[in-house]
Design a protein around this ligand. Structure first.
Ligand SMILES: [Zn+2]
Length: 263
């Protein structure tokens, strides 16, 4: 049994649909559109074996129904969100063996554990296993998702949960936002040398039209302002933005999230 590998399919404006594949099977994460998936499966002569959704937004689930017309496969997704096509409603379970706490892909001998990461949406989940993290619109490369349904405290807790995963964890998120996120981050933390170096690398990748993902937890802890709300420079920047000194991480997080919303 060889480890499956991961392929990025571009979809819609700036979404990525992640394909977990071996030589004959494929599972897809967040198919916002079916056509790039169907084209890829046909071109590579692969059989679809599962769909995984992280949250209910149309640019992440919009392709489910069309894929299900071609393939009868399990559809995993958040237990606490309304996605009509789900067959397996999953959520984080303290018992890691529990069926409703995992997405199991037997073709790859791969079990992905479900993590609850509310904030962007109320029931948002991530899938984690074999050093892979599929986190939808919660943690982005050098950024995080907008707070559509959750609070700053919830999002910060969710991001902290992801930051606590092993450093080498590879991060597959839902959008190509990295370069813009870095531009913003440099305003928040201009003195961060790792961020300056990352911008050079990411700029080169984008010039060649290459995805800037996956990232890693180590890279995000070094450069992502939303994971660095205890850094003195970020606390100062957030305070100037808010017009008052901020001391606790939630206020710092909320101030830079709001700043990014208007950036
Ligand atoms: Zn979303």
């Amino acid at each position: 049994m060889t480890m499956p590998h991961i392929v990025a399919l571009r979809a819609l404006t700036d979404n990525y649909i992640w394909v977990i594949r071996d030589h004959c099977h494929a599972a897809v994460v967040d198919p916002g559109d079916a056509s790039p998936v169907l084209d890829y499966l046909q071109r590579e002569n692969l059989e679809l074996i599962a769909i995984l959704n992280t949250h209910h937004h149309p640019d992440h689930v919009g392709g489910n129904a069309a894929l299900l017309r071609e393939f009868t496969v399990p559809v995993y997704g958040p237990a606490n969100e309304s996605i009509p096509t789900l067959t397996h409603r999953v959520k984080e379970c303290r018992d890691h063996e529990s069926e409703e706490g995992n997405a199991y892909l037997p073709e790859f001998s791969l079990t992905l554990r479900v993590l609850d990461i509310p904030g962007h949406t109320a029931g948002h989940i991530a899938y984690y296993g074999a050093n892979l993290l599929f986190c939808g619109d919660t943690l982005f490369a050098c950024g995080c998702g907008r707070l559509f349904e959750g609070t700053a405290q919830q999002m910060l807790d969710s991001l902290q949960k992801l930051a606590d995963l092993p450093n080498e964890t590879r991060i597959y998120c839902g959008h190509e936002y990295t370069l813009n996120n870095i531009r913003f981050a440099r305003n928040v933390e201009p003195g961060n040398q790792a961020l300056i170096e990352r911008e050079a690398v990411v700029r080169k990748l984008r010039e060649q039209n290459v995805p800037t993902l996956p990232s890693t937890i180590a890279m995000e802890k070094a450069t992502n302002p939303f994971l660095r709300c205890n850094e003195p420079e970020i606390i100062r920047s957030a305070g100037s933005r808010a017009g008052k000194p901020l001391s606790d991480p939630v206020s710092v997080f909320a101030a830079i999230r709001d700043w990014k919303d208007h950036f």
